[in-house]
Design a protein around this ligand. Sequence first.
Ligand code: NI
Length: 139
Amino acid sequence: MGQTIRFGVSLNSELLEKFDALCDEKSYQTRSEAIRDLIRGVLVQKEWEQTDKEVAGVLTLVYDHHTSDLAQRLIEIQHEDHEVILCTMHVHIDHHNCLEALALRGPGESVQKLSQKLISTRGVKYGKLTLATTGQEIV
Ligand code: NI
């Protein structure tokens, strides 16, 4: 990791007020922490677009396990791409709904393709892939 460098940022007072309120709401101790996270988020997104690099993230799915064959289909898709799945967690939210969290790691393209296959499976009510980074070259 490189050395820490301080730099000044010029901002319109109205924008800064809104930013400070956001930092407060999101429990950031300092503006620097919030700005670092924002920059990391943009960089992760950029890396994500260069899909041959390795990425890591968590895919969240919500579905009704009573939907015919859905749980079975989701398992089959996961087995087809098992090499990018580190682990899965299954939570029975209520009588009908299941929440599944999959920790993923692999080439961006593979992680993205698997996530999209699962999210777009008929009957999946919610799906979101969240990327993680160490702040260095992606993971
Ligand atoms: Ni369940």
